[in-house]
Write a protein that binds this ligand. Structure first.
Ligand code: AMP
Ligand code: TRP
Length: 330
């Protein structure tokens, strides 16, 4: 059976972008794939983060996974920090990637540009190496992610090629990033030229926002001054973003969404429908999330996941150690 793997880092409050671009799609792989979904908690340390927030946000994400329809009997749900093989493989593979290629990573450039050059953490720079380890330890065939993570998966592909060629053996499986057709890059509602990230309470819809707040944010989404509703991200970024949200959550393509609104000519009416579409999906999701958010459920899921994930990850780690010439003994 083919394998699918993905993760989310517990750095900030999860957004509708995370939900549409990633979370919502994770359950699609649990019937036909061996599905691995984890919380990338070690990745959360690449920028300063409050320990209490990190801990509670990690539990939140596990509850979100369950609320999004992941079933612990079908999907291995685990914490990155619970499987030490991630860090061990990182110590090996960090020697197989180059400063040049890591400096070209868009996410690194974005994040580091906001910091004083002298204070850019080594972990922030080397972050994609750990992400490669996450993927390669499980020999994942597919990696469901939003648009912004595709470059990191490309790097993992380069590494697989490099490593397998160097040792002339199929040690790692070649992974492939897959993103949803619509919604791989949801934009901020207050500035639709910027990606919705976890940082702007006005433009980002958080998965824990109260329904009336979600409605308000959508109703005040920045748009152009025209009245026609069609998809044109360059000239109508705000309307195009709302169309994307609507299409993704209605499981239809953009063309069909455009058809539905072609005679409307009223942004207010359109926004109301988008808001209702979001709430129809998010309110029940929030209720399920609350029902899963207790220590017993979370710990039970994580204990099972840790056991299953470690078994597979340790096997790959041993294979890699032997391949590179480390002395593996019983
Ligand atoms: P992160 O929050 O960076 O850990 O991202 C977790 C997942 O959500 C990744 O697969 C991202 O590509 C995806 N994601 C994050 N922001 C967005 C967005 N604005 N639109 C679509 N997908 C997103
Ligand atoms: N880097 C991803 C993000 O910021 C999270 C992540 C870490 C991930 N390791 C992964 C996603 C492995 C997919 C596969 O969104």
């Amino acid at each position: 059976m083919k394998r699918s793997l993905s993760g989310i880092k517990p750095t900030g409050n999860l957004t509708l972008g995370n939900y549409i671009g990633a979370l919502r799609n994770f359950k699609n792989y649990q019937d036909d794939y061996e599905n691995f979904i984890f919380v990338a908690d070690l990745h959360a340390l690449t920028l300063p983060i409050d320990p209490t927030f990190l801990r509670s946000n990690t539990k939140d994400i596990v509850a979100f996974y369950l609320a999004a329809g992941l079933d612990k009997d079908k999907t291995t749900i685990f914490l990155q920090s619970d499987v030490s093989a991630h860090s061990e493989l990182n110590s090996i593979l960090i020697n197989y990637l180059y400063m040049g290629e890591l400096s070209r990573m868009t996410q690194f450039k974005d994040k580091s540009s906001k910091l004083n050059h002298e204070a850019i953490g080594v972990g922030l720079f080397a972050y994609p190496v750990l992400m490669c380890c996450d993927i390669l330890l499980y020999n994942a065939d597919v990696v469901p992610v939003g648009e912004d993570q595709k470059q990191h998966v490309e790097l993992a592909r380069d590494l697989v090629h490099r490593f397998n060629t160097r040792y002339n053996k199929e040690i790692f499986v070649m992974p492939e990033a897959i993103s949803p057709k619509v919604g791989a890059r949801i934009m901020s509602l207050s500035d639709p030229t910027r990606k919705m990230s976890k940082s702007d309470p006005r433009g980002d819809i958080f998965l824990k926002d109260e329904p009336n707040i979600i409605r308000k944010k959508i109703m005040s989404a920045v748009t152009d001054t025209d009245t026609d509703i069609y998809y044109d991200p360059e000239h109508k970024p705000g309307i195009s973003n709302l169309l994307q949200i609507y299409s993704a959550l209605s499981d239809i393509d953009i063309k069909e969404a455009e058809m539905r609104f072609k005679d409307m000519h009223q942004y207010g009416e359109f926004k109301k429908i988008v808001a209702e579409t979001v709430l129809k999906e998010i309110v029940p999701f929030q209720e399920r999330y609350k029902s899963f958010l207790n220590n017993e459920t979370i710990n039970d899921v994580l204990n099972t996941g840790k056991y299953r994930a470690s078994k597979i990850a340790n096997k790959t780690l041993t294979k890699v150690k032997k391949t590179v010439g480390l002395y593996v003994h019983e």
